[in-house]
Design a protein. Structure first.
Length: 192
């Protein structure tokens, strides 16, 4: 739980007592490569902090998997609208590698929000970061080239390229795997 503790304390000033109250609401779980944390068509009743491993959030459109987001250690993952509003979830969340997660159940999340103001403060930051990520992703798809999106992802998340199948990364970037291979090859050439 040290990673989760560090994640929280990096965002907010918090007492040991408040931190212990928050950490007590999380349960550690291990999930295997290929295992689902959440399937589309269900209601999301938990949120996870990824302590280790890689997970992807995706949907299937016309028989083709479309990756929305890939999360790795140090990030939270859930279907936000389903988790908050108890609506039917549209996303699949699946482990790309074996993962260690710290999970908080929906009811515990809301109970914690009532009794621990520091959790509410931290949760508001998580929510703001989620919206910022969504805005940035939408802007990127509308106003940048595939090459620019690739270079930005390579700069921000270089480990993805060593740990995640390239077809998932290509899908997240909105390009074909062949285009991603060409971009990677050209990037290597420009470095050497």
């Amino acid at each position: 739980m040290e990673a989760l503790k560090a994640c929280i304390s990096n965002e907010i000033t918090i007492t040991t007592k408040a931190m212990n109250t928050i950490l007590a609401a999380f349960e550690p779980i291990e999930i295997s490569k290929g295992e689902f944390f959440l399937k589309s068509g269900t209601i999301c009743r938990q949120m996870a902090y990824i302590s280790s491993g890689y997970m992807r959030m995706y949907d299937i459109v016309d028989g083709k998997e479309i990756t929305l987001w890939i999360g790795n250690s140090g990030k939270f993952i859930t279907s936000l609208s389903s988790f908050i509003f108890e609506t039917t979830n549209i996303w699949n969340i699946q482990a790309i590698t074996a993962c260690t997660l710290y999970v908080i159940k929906r009811e515990d999340h809301f109970e914690l929000s009532k009794k621990e103001p520091k959790w509410l403060e931290f949760d508001n930051i998580l929510l703001a970061r989620s919206f910022a990520l969504l805005e940035r992703s939408m802007f990127s798809q509308l106003h940048t080239t595939a090459k620019q999106r690739f270079q930005q992802l390579l700069k921000e998340e270089p480990t993805l390229f060593n740990n995640v199948p390239l077809q998932y990364i290509a899908s997240m970037l909105g390009i074909t795997p062949e285009s991603l291979s060409r971009l990677r090859k050209n990037e290597v050439k420009s470095i050497t």
